[in-house]
Structure formats: structure tokens, C-alpha cells
Ligand binder design. Structure first.
Ligand SMILES: NC(=O)c1ccc[n+]([C@@H]2O[C@H](COP(=O)([O-])OP(=O)(O)OC[C@H]3O[C@@H](n4cnc5c(N)ncnc54)[C@H](OP(=O)(O)O)[C@@H]3O)[C@@H](O)[C@H]2O)c1
Length: 266
């Protein structure tokens, strides 16, 4: 008899999956990460919220902690800095008492810069934040994830496949790294029972685009998306929960789920 036949499909499946699970969502002080973290918390997980600004993170954590069984903790650190990235993950593991799910989501475009104007500092910061931080965080979480036979979910981007729009070459390449990294680590970490996957959001209407896109550009993009609208942070949540769930995705590793309304171009 298979596990599925034994267990059936309970109405509270997601709560059964995540109740008491220890989850770190990096970059969860707003946007996609905040929506994902809130969902885990509402399903009974013990969640670590993360962002750069300690006061902002604590405020978000306090708001999300209301009504959850074990509360939510807030951690601050700049993920362009490898030492701070390590420290945040170590604090999460320490304060949560282990780790079942790591969502590598912290990141942003940092600016639209044409190749001729990319200096070494910008190149390094882009790589550190949008590519290397997921490596550093995953490496720091590894002993805890081995102990829990846990799951990693990286945040990639549609721009990792399309190359992105003007001035986003480094950001887009770094986001492609997230999908590749998930595929490689899936093979490497499978013997430990750790699954590694990625979510690749399309154009999601968060603060990100308030900073890096004009209203005109967003309206043109929305018109070209087959589902005829931009995505929301909430639209992304299901893919993260699905990939983090051993019951729903226990035989899925090394994959990337595109959440983009059918959009595969700029
Ligand atoms: N929005 C989209 O259309 C879209 C599409 C594809 C992929 N993505 C990716 O999805 C993820 C979330 O994006 P979002 O749209 O939700 O953006 P957002 O609203 O700007 O949120 C970004 C999150 O990452 C954190 N973060 C940014 N820079 C950081 C740094 N140096 N150190 C630590 N944390 C940092 C932010 O914390 P602070 O508040 O402290 O800055 C915030 O919590 C990012 O990895 C982004 O690349 C977004």
C-alpha cells in the first residue's frame, strides 16, 4: 500500500504539512516573501521573517505572529554581505530549534545599468545579493536541513529565462543562477533527503516595480500577459507551499515553477 492510500487527503492537508515546521523566508519584510511567510505562519509553521531593517522586520513579525501557535521571529541582515547572511541563518536555526524549510527569496534589481556603465562594485553587489546569498544561506542551513530532511525553495525570475528588460543584465543572469543552483543542489542533496526547487515569478506587482519600472511599462506588460494582468505576491504563494510540502511535492526536486500568467517574453 502506498503512503497516499494510507493517509488519504485530509481537508486540513496544508496545516498537517506545516504545523510546527520551522521555516526561514529570507527577504520577507514585504512583497512576495511577506506573503509566503504569512501563509506558512497561518498554517501553523514557526516562521523567521527577514529583511535589512530591524525595526521594520520586527513590526512585520509582530503583525504576523498574532494568532499563530508558536509566534514569528524577526531577523535583520544585509544579504549582500556574506557574514550577515550566515549570521541570519544561524540565528534562525538557533531560535527556531532547527530548520525544515529554507526559502531563498531576498533580492532586488539594485538599479538598471547598461553594460558600459557597470562598475566592479555593482557587479560584486549584484552577484553577492542575487546569486551568492542563496549559496551562503543554503550552506549555513545545511546541517539543520540534513537533520530534518528539509526542503529549499529558491526565488528565480522570468528574467532569468528572457534576459530581462533594459539595464537588467546582471540581475537577470543572477536570477537564472537560482534555477541552475536548485537543479544542481537537488542532485547533490538528494542522498540527504533534501529537495531543492525554485519558483520563477513573472511580473509581480510589488514595491520592486515601484522602484524599477514605470507605470507605462507595467501597463504594456500587463496587456501582453495572456491572463491580462500583473501578478500579485499572493499569486506566488501556492507554488512555494506546494514545493515545500513533502506530501504534495515529495517526488519533485530540481524543478522550477513559473508563476507568470502565461508570460514568456518581456
Ligand atoms: N516583483 C517581481 O516582479 C519579481 C519577479 C521575479 C522575481 N522577483 C524576485 O522575488 C524576490 C522578492 O521580490 P519582491 O518583488 O517581493 O520585492 P520587494 O517587495 O522589493 O521585497 C524584497 C525583499 O528582499 C529584501 N532585500 C532586498 N535587498 C536585500 C538585501 N541587500 N539584504 C537583505 N534583504 C534584502 C527586502 O528587504 P528590505 O525591506 O530590507 O529591503 C524585501 O524583504 C526577489 O528575489 C526578486 O528578485 C520579483
Amino acid at each position: 500500500m502506498t503512503t497516499t492510500e494510507t493517509a488519504g487527503w485530509p481537508a486540513d492537508l496544508l496545516a498537517q504539512e506545516f504545523r510546527g515546521k520551522r521555516v526561514l523566508v529570507t527577504g520577507s519584510s514585504r512583497g512576495i516573501g511577506a506573503a509566503v511567510a504569512a501563509a506558512f505562519a497561518q498554517l501553523g509553521a514557526r516562521v523567521a521573517i527577514h529583511g535589512r531593517d530591524r525595526a521594520a522586520v520586527e513590526a512585520v513579525a509582530a503583525a504576523m505572529g498574532a494568532g499563530t501557535e508558536n509566534g514569528v521571529i524577526g531577523l535583520a541582515g544585509d544579504f549582500a554581505d556574506k557574514g550577515q547572511t550566515r549570521a541570519v541563518v544561524e540565528q534562525a536555526v538557533d531560535r527556531l530549534g532547527g530548520l525544515d524549510v529554507l526559502v531563498n527569496n531576498a533580492g532586488t534589481m539594485l538599479g538598471r545599468v547598461a553594460l558600459a556603465d557597470i562598475d566592479d562594485g555593482f557587479l560584486q553587489e549584484q552577484f553577492n545579493l542575487n546569486a551568492a546569498s542563496a549559496v551562503v544561506a543554503s550552506r549555513s542551513a545545511l546541517p539543520a536541513l540534513i537533520a530534518s530532511r528539509g526542503a529549499i525553495v529558491n526565488t528565480g525570475s522570468i528574467s532569468g529565462r528572457t534576459g530581462g528588460s533594459a539595464g537588467s543584465s546582471l540581475y537577470s543572469a543572477a536570477k537564472a543562477f537560482q534555477a541552475s543552483l536548485a537543479r544542481s543542489l537537488a542532485t547533490e542533496l538528494a542522498p540527504h533527503g533534501i529537495r531543492v526547487n525554485a519558483v520563477s515569478p513573472g511580473t509581480i506587482d510589488t514595491d520592486f516595480h515601484q522602484r524599477y519600472s514605470t507605470a507605462d511599462k507595467l501597463a504594456q506588460t500587463a496587456a501582453r500577459i495572456p491572463l491580462k494582468r500583473l501578478g500579485t505576491a499572493e499569486d506566488c504563494v501556492g507554488a512555494y507551499l506546494f514545493l515545500a510540502s513533502n506530501r504534495l511535492a515529495g517526488y519533485i526536486t530540481g524543478q522550477t515553477i513559473e508563476v507568470n500568467g502565461g508570460q514568456f517574453y518581456n
